[in-house]
Design a protein around this ligand. Structure first.
Ligand code: NDP
Ligand code: PYC
Length: 341
């Protein structure tokens, strides 16, 4: 009998597995719950590069002493409209949850507020965070540097992280408009999944260590990834470095990779989240301006183009009804992790 390539699991089973592994590798229960939540969301929404696969990544970061498994986040208010959560070396999810209510409160009081997560280990997608804040009625922008894996346009040596930018816009009566994109041609997690599956990557994703174009996923991981959109992605990636690093008193991707020192853990550093209350500028124009935004969305969808998030929402509906298919090879690796722990 041949082993099935994938195993169907309910989302409750995915959560239980994630929690079991995270607790077994030593995460404190509050961190384990917050981290498991983001992995379940990744699997549920068809974002497999940031789903259960990240258990392997998170476990490695704990084992290599990169992530502090029981860090207690420290909340500070450096100014009226600013929240800073020092994650004290732990994963980013719990610091986000710890500062979230205060950020919403400040954004609604001041019209705009920003939260810096500093000294956090980041392995996750940003959309769960901007979606949660947009569901509170706020327009949101979030970004984080990572490790220096990506060459600037015109070069072949890594400087930038994969540096995602995520945006959320509240839609009265509907799920928020959300996009979340790496400023690299593709998230590194997807290249890792190609390598695991022995699949070639498109030739615009990166270079080998000698600066040659390659379709070998392992060679790109050893060489340099490319930015999306040429010089434009390169400029946006530099912006993420500056706003999500030095501006909030934290590291660039070059510094994060240097600190990693070959341990191959998740990036350590900061994340900036800016939240704007639409009421502030719109005032009595709220209904009219939200209608203008809806007209724009309709003009996109009306010609057969899709909105970012629509794929995720379709995957979510499917996963909630039918569960998700997890590769057996991944489950084997997760089982091995449990046995080692
Ligand atoms: P994709 O290129 O797959 O997607 C980027 C965005 O574009 C998504 O919002 C997606 O929506 C949307 N989109 C994709 N195709 C279309 C289309 N045809 N029409 C309209 N919208 C579209 O993702 P990336 O590879 O850039 O990034 C994947 C994830 O990796 C992100 O969640 C990011 O946060 C995460 N990441 C995290 C990092 C970290 O340091 N923490 C670093 C780098 C990446 P949809 O989801 O609905 O397809
Ligand atoms: O997929 O590029 C990535 C990534 C980096 C950190 C978390 N995800």
């Amino acid at each position: 009998m041949t082993t099935p390539a994938t195993v169907r699991m309910s989302l409750d089973e995915v959560r239980a597995l994630a929690l079991r592994v995270l607790l077994a590798v030593g995460l404190a229960p509050d961190h384990a719950a917050a981290v498991a939540q983001t992995m379940v969301a990744g699997e549920r929404d068809g974002c497999t590069s940031h789903g259960l696969y990240r258990l392997l990544v998170a476990a490695r970061s704990v084992a290599m002493g990169i992530a502090v498994p029981d860090a207690v986040p420290l909340v500070e208010e450096p100014a009226t409209a600013l929240v800073r959560v020092d994650g004290r070396g732990g994963f980013a999810q719990l610091p986000f949850e710890t500062g979230r209510t205060l950020l919403v409160h400040k954004a609604k009081r001041c019209g705009i507020a920003a939260m810096a997560l500093t000294n956090v280990v980041h392995f996750a997608a940003l959309w769960p965070e901007v979606e949660a804040l947009a569901e509170e009625g706020l327009a949101v922008l979030a970004m984080t540097p990572s490790h220096a894996w990506v060459a600037p346009e015109g070069g072949t040596k890594p400087v930038f992280g994969t540096n995602p930018i995520a945006f959320g816009w509240p839609r009265p009566g509907k799920a928020p408009f959300v996009f979340d994109l790496a400023t690299s041609a593709i998230a590194r997690g997807d290249i890792e999944l190609h390598r695991r599956a022995g699949k070639p990557v498109p030739d615009h994703w990166g270079y080998d260590a000698d600066g040659n174009v390659t379709t070998d996923a392992a060679a790109v991981l050893e060489g340099a990834m490319r930015t999306f959109g040429g010089h434009k992605g390169s400029a946006l990636s530099a912006m993420v470095e500056l706003l999500g690093g030095p501006l909030i008193g934290d590291m660039t991707s070059l510094e994060s990779l240097a600190l990693d020192n070959g341990r191959k853990g998740s990036p350590i550093g900061g994340e900036l989240i800016i939240a704007i209350d639409p009421q502030g500028f719109m005032g009595e124009l709220m209904a009219d301006r939200f209608a203008a935004a809806e007209a724009m969305f309709a003009a996109i969808e009306g010609q057969g183009a899709r909105l970012p998030s629509s794929r995720r929402h379709a995957a979510r509906a499917r996963s909630l009804a039918e569960g998700v298919d997890i590769p057996q090879a991944l489950l084997d690796d997760i089982q091995a992790l449990l046995e080692q722990a």
